[in-house]
Write a protein that binds this ligand. Sequence first.
Ligand code: ATP
Ligand code: MG
Length: 583
Amino acid sequence: MDDTRITKSDGVKIVSNMTDYTSLSATFSWTDARALVDGLPEGKMNIAHEAVDRHVTAGHGEQLALRWITKSGQRHDFSYGDLQREANRFANVLRARGFQKGDRVYALLGRVPQLYIAALGTLKAGCTFCPLFSAFGPEPIRARMEIGGANALITTARLYERKVKSLRSALPDLRDVFVIDDAPEDTLSLADLMRWAGDAFETEPMDREDTALLHFTSGTTGKPKGVVHVHEAVVAHNWTGHIALDLRAGDVYWCTADPGWVTGTSYGIVAPLTNRVSMIVDEAEFDVARWYETLESEGVTVWYTAPTAIRMLMKAGTGPMQHHDFAALRFMASVGEPLNPEAVVWASKAFGKPFHDNWWQTETGGIMIANFAATDVKPGSMGQPLPGIKAGIVEKDEDTGVLREVTEPHTMGELALRAGWPSMMRGYLHEQARYDKCFLDGWYLTGDLALRDEDGYFWFVGRADDLIKSAGHLIGPFEVESVLIEHEAVAEAGVIGIPDETAGEVVKAFVTLRQGFDESEDLRLDILAHARKKLGPAVAPKEIAFSEDLPKTRSGKIMRRLLKARALGLPEGDLSTMESDET
Ligand code: ATP
Ligand code: MG
């Protein structure tokens, strides 16, 4: 952790949705955020109303809501009016097929317009929407559909044939499968049904506490949990999009998250639409040249991506950036994993502006801690709690079980949040005891370790499970990884503790190399020396292994538990969310 700061007050004055962090934090209440959304008569609410209907009613039906870029590069535009009509059709299809309030509609789709239409139509009809990673194999699909009691699925013929067909008999609750292209036997053609469905639909007024969304966590630490969110969450989606991503009506916004991950919904559908931006949706997977081209040609103003992608851009160097003009780009943010300081500094040079790291979880439903457009960025820090969020570092007394808030700066403990914001999960599906364990003395315990500095910035140390205890030192893998990737040859690093007779554990690192570097003993020693110099011998890795790739979840997180299991020859555990080439 160093004191480098990227200041916002020098030079050009930053105009952002927030003028003064301190005063807003002091005066803000969630009632203010509730006033920024419409609500429905008699205290009711529906996310889809806030995302689409109210904008159309207010006369913005012609505004671009979604520009879909196909794999081959064609553009298809949907205005807010188009999105409303299509979502209405989908809601009518659901009704015609007998689906009612509370039924569960799953999506197994890539980044295609039907995903957005289905999500909004499902919410309009009062059903619960649950997205899955389209790259999942049959078993993770079955498990998640079973846990959530899926009643309907929307997918493609290819995905159906390869992954779902064989599961039908095991899923008695699954009544209908809607297929967006040529419908195989036992499925319904969505295009045919939509053709005949009316484009008017009265959005179902829901109780604020009615379930709206079901998301499975990334499974980075173990078996994924089914997290329940309610319609009231939209208050936080809207507010956090406004304040943490600085979204404004008319922005051209690009969220690169996979639709199967919570970010793909909270900030890939809900927050951008409630803030009335124009979303760019690229069907294709990551590609350096294509991404730079998209940023420039679409005039993206706000860009939300993840550390893995940023590290891949860094790996490719600044060559592919040349001859591109990113003048339109106003704000860049990152989530999902700790963002190494090196990446923030790199972006400041390469784009002329930093990435703003922010922190949240599937459970929190929305961004909780962030580097804001208006505040200084401390590279390597997750930033400060959003106005409306109280975060603390807590420590449990082992004997009494009492929770104590650690107020001394730079002291590591568990990151906790004062419960009670609108997008807080309302439960882990079928796991009440596990849910209850997350709360103590009015705090929600995140399972992440962090510390707070004297300016109130939070610094991620690691997941509680990933902490390394070596010769009396507690070592967070992030700190070690960040130093390793400062080495010119290192693209990515994953750090774990392996058992050691004398030290308890020693630090072992797996590194992947940047283009132009080859594995060699000299290079290994050079990286070791760099780490020792920066971290000191107690914290630096004792061992470094070169690796072609690091195991990652489909949401792009390094799976340290898997690195460890493999290094120790232990069972690999739940691999359902592991990234692979299968699509
Ligand atoms: P599981 O709980 O099933 O192991 P997961 O925790 O990876 O999976 P998500 O809800 O997708 O599932 O991820 C939230 C976690 O990701 C956080 O608890 C934190 O560990 C990590 N994370 C997210 N954003 C950041 C960030 N900006 N800095 C550091 N860590 C982050
Ligand atoms: Mg988690």
